[in-house]
Design a protein around this ligand. Structure first.
Ligand code: NIG
Ligand code: FE
Length: 410
């Protein structure tokens, strides 16, 4: 089956020599083709170029006059499987309580864990499936989903089985991440090393036994898991074939970046608290620094120094962190806008941060993250828009009109 998208006003983010990620000055480079065609065959991008050069045949044609085509967003950091929203804590925060204070009194992640324990696998699957559908409608074509609202072996396995079902049934590319070390259950307060033992000795082997996780995650931060806890958990995960991908430096300069780089993490995420040492440590590493603008916005956190990192030659990725506690938004178009508005990335840098670099941060940049021959045909057609800068500029509006995943319109 050959599908031709024709008369595209501008085909954005094409790569003739695909890179695995864009770093430093490369982030400002983004190639486009005006008045373009895009040919898809059997779910794969076969060819693209100016309309004037198209002379083939196709089984199916889509006319995109006045519209632009972009590669789908890759959202490399989400906690999409959860049972309940947490707007009451949101109100507490408005009244002055901090995220850490709420967590200390048993709210936050533990609040979500309680509701998750009470929900059945089918219930969790149904709501997660609906959320995934909404995410897809906003232009996301690949997503990483974490467990971490279980915090018992049984509940963590339940969440990961839900993610496995989503993988089996959704047209999106999905990667799973085991985040057993997300919060410290009340009964382990004061002796959290026993909880770390449980994660290492019981949870990780069981998760691996069912092949449920691509990645291993730890919330390495002040008030949560220490660098030592993190190192032990990452070592155990690596032994079972899981690649590290961690939460670091949200609340404090936690040592999370260093421990992540040391264990070859594919990404270190959050990074609101970054010194020069952390930036130096990331240089020359394989680790993708990933910023979560929705979380910093929602919690009024200091902004991660994205500009400084890019100017230092680093790559930067930006993901949604979609979760009920610190980033209840599923919208990568909004992340694209925040990248420009709050972090001073140019539109070109912002597109690279939310597609190619997030694809790298979830280990799929060979197959996704740009328009390149041989890559998966995951892309969207916009409503009529004047230019690609309109995408981040018009914040809060859904500019996506038609969606293609694996070459098929959904
Ligand atoms: O990425 N930082 C840790 N975990 C989530 C928030 C979890 C929650 O509050 O439910 C995050 O921000
Ligand atoms: Fe997170």
């Amino acid at each position: 089956m050959r599908t031709l998208i024709k008369n595209i006003k501008e085909l954005v983010q094409v790569e003739r020599q695909p890179k695995l990620r864009a770093q430093g000055k490369e982030m400002a480079q983004m190639e486009t083709v005006k008045e373009a065609y895009l040919l898809v065959e059997d779910g794969i991008i076969r060819a693209f170029g100016p309309m004037s050069e198209w002379n083939g045949t196709a089984d199916h044609e889509v006319n995109a006059t006045g519209r632009m085509v972009f590669p789908s967003f890759c959202d490399s950091h989400t906690h999409l499987v959860y049972a309940n929203s947490r707007e009451l804590e949101f109100v507490d925060k408005i009244r002055g309580l901090s995220y850490e204070e709420i967590a200390k009194r048993g709210g936050g992640i533990l609040n979500s864990a309680k509701a998750t324990a009470a929900a059945s696998e089918d219930e969790l699957y149904d709501i997660a499936q609906q959320r995934l559908e909404e995410v897809m409608r906003l232009g996301t074509g690949a997503i990483e989903i974490k467990s971490g609202y279980g915090l018992t072996t049984e509940s963590e396995l339940k969440l990961l089985r839900v993610i496995r079902r989503l993988k089996e049934n959704s047209p999106l590319t999905i990667k799973s991440n085991f985040l057993g070390a997300h919060g410290i259950p009340m009964e382990y307060r004061g002796h959290q090393e026993d909880y770390v033992d449980l994660v290492i000795n019981e949870m990780i082997p069981k998760v691996a036994d069912e092949g449920l996780a691509n990645f291993i995650d730890v919330f390495c931060d002040q008030g949560f898991f220490t660098v030592e806890d993190t190192a032990r958990i990452l070592e155990a995960g690596i032994k079972y074939g899981m690649k590290p991908k961690i939460h670091a430096n949200e609340m404090a300069v936690s040592g999370g970046v260093q421990v992540g780089v040391k264990y070859g993490a594919i990404s270190v995420d959050h990074l609101e608290q970054m010194g020069d040492t952390e930036i130096e440590c990331l240089k020359g590493s394989e680790t993708m620094p990933t910023i979560l603008p929705g979380c910093a916005f929602f919690l009024n956190l200091p902004l991660s120094p994205a500009r400084k990192m890019i100017d230092a030659g680093l790559p930067v990725a930006m993901a949604s962190d979609y979760n009920p506690g610190t980033a209840p938004s599923n919208n990568m178009q909004l992340i694209l806008s925040m990248a420009c508005i709050r972090y001073r990335l140019t539109p070109e840098e912002a597109f690279n941060a939310t597609t190619l670099n997030t694809a790298y941060a979830m280990g799929v940049s060979r197959e996704l993250g740009s328009i390149a021959v041989g890559k998966k045909a995951n892309f969207y057609i916009t409503k009529p828009i004047p230019s690609y800068a309109y995408m981040p500029y018009s914040f809060g509006e859904n500019k996506v009109e038609r969606i293609f995943l694996n070459g098929v319109e959904v």
